[in-house]
Design a protein. Structure first.
Length: 418
């Protein structure tokens, strides 16, 4: 009997009905029956679908959080660089409070209180974070920029563009902070807005090759885990949806390609544009499989093609590239050679005009016995070291350098095409 005069039933698995009937007879009028604990506990389990949904939510929220974290850190650094020299000489370490002014008194005092609590509880692990600015949120940092726009105006072309990008981030920020479901559309919008903000704030991709496939914030965090592989696609069609050929090759300063027929370049990048690319200073080296070699005939049998069908296709591609080369003033910068070895992969190694090797990209496909190049899985590699946290361990070269060395070896054993 409870303090309220209600009778609780037994939680036994057998004789539940009998016990309930007895309780109903023995209990006074007004008693309420309560479900047995075993009946409640059965509803707490998560099935496979529920776990899949949770993982999807966590993956999307985690990805959005990384972008939001980097944008907030970048905006905080910009605010510090612009406003600190103005307010600190007069107000000392409390310059953020002075910069917030009466309009921001409430939220800046809340940030001060949170910092004091963090100090007492030992939450401040980095001494660099022991300041009020580090405890301001993204909307509060934005408020400082808006209040002091004349101070920031010399550094930004368009205030409206900056504010619109910050507005687009608000949806993702609210969802992530409250642990709600983030749709794919909202995630993509947040990623576009974050990339645009980082560019506006002076930390976006500045090299042509970087714009072909901008470094992803999440990619940087997991770079050590996946070497320099930044993308894997089930076939070339899906690759070209994500990374069109014109974005892949445009602006390149060095292009090396090896394969059977190099169709990705020859059939998808026009000769006129290839001429312009070469005339702009891009050095091109193309390695085709010798159409007269026995390896071509073996490949024809694997694909079920008629005798000479693949050889004629490779010959046509070589002739097309010869016509492109003939239109150049400096034909020595556009080299074409053929090799007689068994083709093991096709690779396009593209490097931009940046000072670092990290602005290079590579598209690599291995040959499968019964599949054409269009149907073969594709890997996208980023050149250079992708290590985020540096230490004393030597930097290991990634797959980009592996295929670079393989290309150079095949090139050394190949013959030029006149």
């Amino acid at each position: 009997m409870t303090s309220g005069g209600l009778m609780l039933p037994s939680g036994g698995e057998q004789g539940d009905r009998h016990v309930t009937d007895e309780a109903a007879q023995d209990s006074p009028s007004g008693a309420v029956s309560v479900a047995a604990p075993v009946e409640i506990g059965a509803e707490l389990d998560w099935g496979a679908e529920a776990w899949a949904e949770v993982r999807t939510r966590a993956a999307r929220a985690g990805r959005a959080y990384v972008w939001l974290n980097i944008v907030e850190q970048r905006l905080r650094a910009v605010v510090n660089a612009v406003l600190r020299p103005i307010y600190e000489p007069v107000h000392g370490e409390e310059w953020v409070v002075a910069a917030a002014g009466p309009a921001g008194h409430e939220w800046v005092q809340r940030a001060v209180a949170v910092r004091e609590v963090s100090r007492r509880k030992g939450f401040l692990l980095d001494p660099a974070d022991d300041n009020v600015l580090s405890f301001l949120t993204l909307p509060q940092l934005r408020e400082l920029v808006v209040q002091h726009w004349p101070c920031f105006e010399p550094y930004f072309d368009d205030r409206r563009e900056l504010e619109l990008a910050l507005d687009e981030l608000e949806v993702a920020r609210h969802v992530v902070s409250r642990n709600r479901a983030l749709s794919r559309t909202a995630l993509e919008q947040a990623e576009r807005a974050s990339a645009r903000l980082l560019e506006l704030l002076g930390s976006g991709p500045a090299r042509t090759a970087g714009r072909r496939l901008p470094v992803d914030a999440v990619e940087e965090l997991v770079a050590d885990r996946y070497s320099d592989v930044v993308g894997v696609y089930p076939d070339r069609v899906r690759l070209q949806r994500q990374l069109p050929v014109e974005d892949l090759f445009s602006g390149a300063r060095r292009l090396d390609a090896v394969g059977i027929g190099l169709n990705l370049l020859v059939q998808n990048f026009s000769g006129r544009r290839l001429v312009r690319l070469a005339e702009s200073g891009c050095r091109v080296r193309l390695l085709f499989l010798n159409p007269a070699s026995s390896a071509v005939r073996r490949r024809e049998r694997e694909l079920g093609l008629g005798r000479g069908e693949l050889a004629r296709s490779v010959e046509m591609n070589i002739m097309h590239m010869r016509r492109v080369r003939a239109r150049l003033r400096d034909q020595g910068a556009f080299e074409i050679q053929v090799f007689d070895e068994t083709p093991r992969f096709t690779a396009y190694l593209i490097e931009g005009n940046g000072p670092e090797r990290s602005d290079g990209l590579a598209v690599v496909q291995t040959y499968l016995r019964r599949a054409r190049g269009m149907e073969v899985p594709v890997m996208v590699l980023r050149g250079g070291s992708t290590r985020v946290v540096t230490d004393d361990k030597p930097v290991e070269s990634g797959l980009f350098e592996v295929y670079r060395e393989e290309f150079e070896g095949i090139w050394a054993d190949s013959r030029p095409v006149s």
